[in-house]
Design a binder for this molecule. Structure first.
Ligand code: C5P
Length: 232
């Protein structure tokens, strides 16, 4: 498994997405399709981007009863994405069902990673809204461990948690980390950020980068800067 930069294509139409991807002549970055684009365009956007030769992380964060997740994962598996995800809060049984659904008749499957606690959830909202009273980093590591026991490949986490996830779940358990910003860039609404170079140092396997690339004056140069800092 190689380190890579995944571009978050947070656009609301296929037209805007392709206008963006067309700038990358000759290059095929790994892209993330999230809820906004998927709900706007449906599965055809996945097929079209795949046909152009990109690897795809389909970020739909499934969370439902095990049977529903299993059947939905079987459908997503046929879209031939490279990586997809779910909420670890759905329990180990739900995650095991997801793996079953995702696994194709020939035994292959996309990588499956878990969201532990969203980075928008803090200790206070976890205690007050979810009635979870353990320290948040303990909860994150427990959910990561559950995901590993269920057979998942890794977790989405803050780059600040990536090192601890590897200590808890092993070096080969993949960490996919958003919240990446250039040292001289705008942090926007992200609170705890890291540069691509710092994310590399701390052991992230994949960084997910949205606005620092999509909103850059020169997106291709911004992508190349991420690759140079994180991968090379
Ligand atoms: O534009 P920006 O680089 O902040 O985009 C980060 C991407 O990662 C967005 O698609 C966002 O939804 C996603 N993400 C995140 N924090 C998480 C999980 C996903 O920022 N905890």
């Amino acid at each position: 498994m190689g380190k890579d930069v995944i571009i978050a294509c947070d656009f609301d139409s296929a037209e805007k997405t392709f206008a963006f991807l067309d700038k990358f002549t000759g290059k095929k970055p790994f892209v993330k399709i999230g809820m906004e684009l998927y709900y706007a365009e449906g599965p055809s956007i996945v097929r079209e981007i795949k046909k152009r030769g990109h690897k795809i992380f389909l970020d739909l964060k499934l969370h439902d009863i095990p049977n529903t997740v299993k059947k939905s994962m079987a459908v997503l598996s046929r879209l031939d994405v490279d990586m997809t995800n779910l909420h670890a809060a759905g329990t180990k049984r739900m995650m095991e069902a997801a793996i079953e659904g995702l696994t194709r008749p020939d035994g292959t499957r996309p990588m499956l990673i878990a969201v532990t606690q969203l980075t928008s959830t803090d200790q206070e909202s976890m205690e007050n809204d979810l009635l979870i009273h353990e320290p948040i980093d303990k909860v994150v590591m427990h959910y990561a461990h559950n995901a590993m026991e269920a057979g998942l490949d890794g977790v989405v986490c803050s780059p600040l948690e990536a090192g601890k996830v590897h200590d808890t779940c092993g070096k080969s358990f993949v960490t996919v980390t958003p919240g990446v910003r250039f040292a001289d860039g705008d942090i926007g609404d992200q609170k705890r950020v890291m540069t691509p170079a710092e994310a590399k140092k701390i052991g992230s396997d994949y960084i997910v980068v949205g606005r620092p690339i999509t909103a850059a004056a020169d997106p291709v140069a911004a992508y190349e800067r991420c690759v140079a800092e994180f991968v090379d």
